[in-house]
Design a protein around this ligand. Structure first.
Ligand code: FAD
Length: 380
């Protein structure tokens, strides 16, 4: 399948990425899960090696590898430990946002540091009363002199506590529809009035930092407004397309790992004097897992290819995300089933894959919301 989308350049890059990950991530992948702690130094190392900057031009210290390469890198990281990839994702998204909507000053000041992993990012949209309904956010930003003053709170924020740059979506005009009255601001971590809490544990993605941020009269300079005032909803929707592709690749990386582990186990586990891989029901499971995974990857790489051709991918990105996340939940669950009792323990990684997979039907827009987008586009 890869031959449809990968050039020589992608295959060579994949070899380099695999070598780096084998050395740096493979030996500690289970430790991250057990200790429930992300090694932040590793994320920074990925940045230094160009793996946070594939969508950022070289002029701003990016690796400018393109979207197909980004998808491939994301799959490779996620195959080993998806929490590392999910931690990297807000840096990818805010790098994309800054590059597309930021001005030269902001690119010089902030983007270069995001591209190289020097500064970590959070994307702050969700609120207590505004989850799926993004247009319902209440966090506000008011102009006071040369500054903006931000008030409100955000929930479920990935990298809360470890990010240096918090990109906060706010209402800047209550007089118009929120779709035309929303703006995004960069808040640096030590800004007075920014409070961070991590009051819960997650079901999966062990090690991921996630929490609540509260903004109490947080003052940011005018030049921290990213993009045009009032255009934050539009910039968010475009960033969501990249998020949906990235999350699809994370799902597919998980599914690839679950399928590989299942094949290996099925060939080695003997019951009734035969490897369980010789039983027709197990063969059917493997066949269906492989077919669904292929379909999920085709949807994802097809959307990435269209985006590289500057086509509108709103429907294709939602299709990829809805299908890849459902597929990951199904494949990882079958992987546990193929492993039998030992699959339900922490001896193998399949229990982790299954817990991790569920996140992707919720984060980055739920499957229900992806299906609403697909139906809206189909019924136009
Ligand atoms: C681990 C994790 C990390 C996250 N990281 C971030 C982050 O970094 N930044 C950020 O801003 N947010 C983040 N989120 C938040 C995530 O984007 C939201 O949880 C998600 O968009 C759903 O919002 P909600 O939880 O409020 O659910 P709700 O919107 O309350 O939805 C509840 C249920 O109702 C369904 N539903 C809602 N509206 C409709 C409708 N119109 N039609 C049909 N069904 C509907 C939903 O699909 C869902 O099943 C994260 C969440 C998690 C769990």
């Amino acid at each position: 399948m890869n031959d449809l989308f990968f050039s020589e350049k992608h295959y060579n890059l994949r070899e380099d990425v695999r070598k780096l990950l084998m050395k740096e991530l493979e030996p500690i992948k289970n430790q991250i899960n057990k200790n429930n702690k992300i090694p932040i130094a590793l994320i920074k190392k990925l940045g230094k090696n160009g793996l946070i900057g594939p969508l950022i031009p070289e002029k701003y210290s990016g690796s400018d590898l393109g979207l197909i390469a980004h998808c491939m890198i994301t799959e490779e990281i996620s195959k080993i430990n998806v929490a590392i990839s999910v931690t990297r994702t807000p840096c990818i998204l805010n790098g994309y946002l800054l590059n597309r909507y930021g001005n030269d000053f902001q690119k010089e000041k902030f983007l270069k540091k995001v591209a190289t992993g020097e500064k970590m990012c959070s994307i702050c949209v969700t609120e207590e009363e505004a989850g799926s309904n993004v247009a319902g956010i209440k966090t506000s930003a008011s102009k006071v002199g040369q500054n903006y003053v931000l008030n409100g709170s955000k929930k479920f924020i990935t990298n809360a506590g470890i990010a240096d740059y918090y990109f906060v979506w706010c209402i800047t005009s209550k007089k118009v529809n929120p779709r035309n009255g929303m703006s995004v601001f960069l808040v640096e971590k030590d800004t007075p009035g920014l409070h961070i809490e991590n009051p819960y544990e997650l079901m999966g993605i062990n090690g991921l930092y996630n929490g609540i941020i509260r903004l109490e009269n947080v003052e940011v300079p005018e030049h921290n407004l990213i993009g045009e005032k009032g255009m934050g909803f539009q910039s968010l929707m475009n960033t969501f397309n990249i998020e949906r592709l990235t999350l699809s690749c994370e799902c597919n990386g998980l599914s690839m790992a679950a399928l590989e582990d299942s094949k290996r186990y099925a060939k080695s586990r003997i019951q009734f004097d035969k490897p369980i891989s010789t039983f027709q029901i197990i063969k059917l499971k493997i066949a269906e897992m492989a077919t669904k995974l292929q379909a999920a990857r085709l949807l994802t790489y097809n959307a990435a290819k269209l985006a590289e051709m500057n086509k509108n991918i709103i429907k294709e990105a939602s299709m990829a995300k809805a299908f890849s996340s459902k597929t990951a939940v199904e494949i990882t669950s079958e992987a546990v089933q193929i492993h039998g009792g030992i699959g339900y323990t922490d001896v193998h990684s399949v229990e982790r894959y299954m817990r991790d997979a569920k996140f992707f039907m919720i984060g980055g827009g739920t499957s229900e919301i992806q299906n609403l987008v697909i139906a809206r586009e189909e019924l136009k």
